[in-house]
Design a protein around this ligand. Structure first.
Ligand code: ATP
Ligand code: MG
Length: 437
């Protein structure tokens, strides 16, 4: 088989004694499906009586795409169906005369099988998951835990090949970013393969990718992992980045928003606003009284009226609200009136409402974030990317993704985006601010 340079590199990792997890791809047409099919075929033929998994989120798509690539590889290798291998339509498996098997598996996280009991008794020698960005991290981990069949007998180590297009999910956090930062453990590898690395693809394929919208082009042509493919994302990635250079945003009324350190986290974040221009301050290990003092200090230095100061009231933040006399932000209180019509709006709670309004402001380039610290900037970007619409609740109310889900994704509480979000409270209900006193 004549492999591309990237495919050959992948094959070397798949045959070494170190790599257990390989992520290959990161754009369309990089030869991912062919690569995975070739590896499985090679291993199945080389090691008799071994069992290999070929998985994808949906079995139907697996059969329509990856399996077709597999048959193509067989053809290139001059292997004939029903002679050198046999595909069983009923059991969705490919059988070889040496008793090796390739099993086709559906890895979608069905609500009826959250623990993947359907994979319960599976024992495999290795796995290839195509378009792994479409399955959950849990599904991937369960497949990984099933790799044990025939390893010792054949002197193999458990190996999993995953291919994907760019996605801002576990694939990004587990492979892409650690690789970029040089922090990927030695047993994990990431190979970025673009369509331009694949000389076997037709020129029209490349031309078609060129015609895609900006987001899709960044992901599928250039393999840019920073662009999310999640349609529920509320803020454009480019618009998030623009916040740090939108220095033209005019000033106006002054406000302060604050997220107070509490049990389990030691960061107090304060945003000092000049209309929608904000300067962010981060403090660690402040007591409630010290947090209140800091707010007061910023208030005096920046001429911010007390009625323009808001702090989250959940947990110990309530103490700061008591001490300073500022407005308390209660995440799950009822949504406020529309700023123009004053009519009540259809959100599950005020926090979702404020996040939707914040997303709108950022998408319209109305917000300027004054922040020089690259680490803080990276955290703000990461948090704003997690501002996503969550499924409608039973009453059809709009809501944003719950905080525990955000924490799962980024490994911390989204304190910075919460500070940005709270500013919207004053836009929504300026007529109500006096109620707090
Ligand atoms: N080593 C190879 N030899 C011959 N043809 C190849 C080889 N690698 C890739 N191709 C061809 O290049 C094209 C793209 O390959 P493949 O389908 O594996 O890419 P992909 O990264 O899986 O694409 P997609 O993103 O569309 O899933 C196909 O037409 C495939 O047959
Ligand atoms: Mg493919």
């Amino acid at each position: 088989m004549n492999l591309t340079a990237k495919q050959s590199k992948a094959l070397r990792y798949l045959q070494d004694g170190v790599t257990t997890d390989l992520l290959y791809g990161g754009a369309a047409g990089g030869g991912k499906s062919i690569m995975g099919s070739y590896w499985l075929l090679k291993m199945a033929l080389k090691y008799p009586d071994t069992r290999w998994l070929m998985g994808r989120a949906e079995l139907k798509t697996l059969k329509e795409t990856t399996l077709v690539s597999f048959f193509k590889v067989c053809e290139i290798q001059q292997l004939k169906a029903d002679v050198h291998y046999k595909f069983n339509q009923q059991s969705n498996s490919v059988h070889f005369p040496n008793k090796s098997i390739i099993l086709l598996k559906d890895l979608f996280a069905y609500p009826s099988d959250p623990n993947f009991d359907s994979l319960g008794s599976l024992e495999i020698t290795g796995a290839f998951i195509d378009e792994c960005n479409q399955i959950t991290e849990k599904a991937k981990n369960i497949v990984r835990s099933r790799i044990r069949h025939g390893l010792d007998e054949n002197g193999l180590i458990p190996k999993m090949l995953m291919t994907c297009n760019p996605a801002k999910n576990w694939v990004y956090h587990e492979f892409y970013r650690p690789d970029k930062e040089g922090k990927l453990p030695v047993y994990k590898k990431f190979i970025k393969a673009l369509v331009t690395d694949n000389d076997k693809v037709s020129a029209t394929y490349y031309d078609n990718l060129l015609k895609l919208d900006k987001n899709s082009k960044e992901r599928l042509l250039y393999g840019n992992f920073e662009y999310d493919d999640d349609p529920s994302t509320l803020i454009d990635y480019d618009k998030i980045l623009d916040c740090f250079t939108n220095s033209f945003v005019p000033g106006g009324e002054k406000y302060i928003t604050a997220d107070i350190a509490r049990f389990g986290k030691d960061k107090t974040v304060i945003g000092v606003w000049n209309d929608l221009r904000v300067k962010i301050y981060t403090y660690s290990k402040l007591s409630v009284v010290e947090s209140a003092d800091k707010i007061e200090q910023h208030r005096q230095e920046n001429n911010v009226p007390l009625s323009h100061v808001i702090a989250d009231e959940d947990g110990v933040g309530g103490g700061v609200v008591d001490i300073t006399g500022c407005v308390g932000f209660v995440n799950n209180s009822s949504p406020l009136g529309n700023p123009v019509t004053q009519e009540k709006e259809n959100y599950n709670h005020v926090k979702s409402q404020c996040y939707f309004y914040l997303a709108d402001d950022i998408n319209k380039s109305l917000v300027y974030i004054d922040c020089d610290d690259p680490e803080v900037k990276a955290m703000i970007i990461e948090e704003l990317e997690q501002v996503k619409q969550w499924r409608m609740d039973t009453d059809g109310k709009r809501q944003i993704i719950p905080k525990d889900k955000v924490k799962e994704m980024i490994g911390r509480s989204p304190d910075y985006s919460d500070v940005l979000m709270m500013r919207q409270w004053f836009k929504l209900a300026p007529q109500l601010t006096w109620v707090a006193f």
